[in-house]
Write a protein that binds this ligand. Sequence first.
Ligand code: RIB
Ligand code: CA
Length: 311
Amino acid sequence: MKRIPVILDGDPGHDDAIAWMVAAASHILDIKAVTTVAGNKDIENVTRNTLNVCSLFNIEAPIGKGAHGPLVVEGITAGDFHGETGLDGVDLPPSDMTLSEYSAVELMVKVLEDSHEPVVIIGTGAQTNLATLLLYRQDLKDKIRAFYIMGGGIENGNWTPAAEFNILVDPEAARIVFESGIPVIMSGLDVTEKALVYPEDVNRIREIGTPMGHIVSSWLDFFGETHAAMGYKGWPLHDPCAVLSLIKPDMFEIREAYLQVETKGLHARGGILADFEDKENFNGKVVLNIDREAFIEELIKAVEHFTGREA
Ligand code: RIB
Ligand code: CA
């Protein structure tokens, strides 16, 4: 089967790490590069986490350090939502990978220039690197097949009532991406807040009994504690939806839409507006629903894919 060339861009973060595990376990993705962006934590932390995660999942692709902050405004982070390191819950084996000599955007440019076919960019953090790529090399737009992103929400936000975190970190960047003319497939809170993991799901992963089962269940235990403290019964595993909407679209309800990013507004900055009627302006798709049981099975299959690997 012909594999899809992809670039993974994110801010690990527990859910980014699990999204990248799913991508690494997939037989249909060819990971060409992994790039980092500040968000869950500062750029140093997310980049160190990326080196550790790529080593853990044997993602043999160059890793480019990216934007330390948004295009225009002062950066925000998610504080200790993902713990002090940004990936708390378990100590990982030391990484055997090193950073590319190229920065995130330089690496993206190199991958697009070298690719014989358009590349999918899977973004699970702020879209600063994606926007910078578009600003810096408009000529490479036809080498980007689509942006599969975790971000936004047409019904609600999670950092403000209107805005989801990834979009709110850099609304100007998101607007550049959404207005680029390249299809955006948006896994926003509308679907990710239904991609819920419950304690019994975590126990199934732990009971796989491998080092990887221990690591992923420990991550989910930590991620769960944070959410349980906020009153969640199940915890939304956002970022894997961006990967799975590409490799397993039948697991989802996905609708074409005209998506706009609000960059102004005292209260609504970072919000996403979706128009399902204005067909002439359709610029992407919104992922709206998920088969949660199938989602959990995909997570378990991905963990089992690494069985036998000394983590
Ligand atoms: O709002 C959830 C998103 O923000 C996820 O991508 C999480 O990792 C953080 O980046
Ligand atoms: Ca993320």
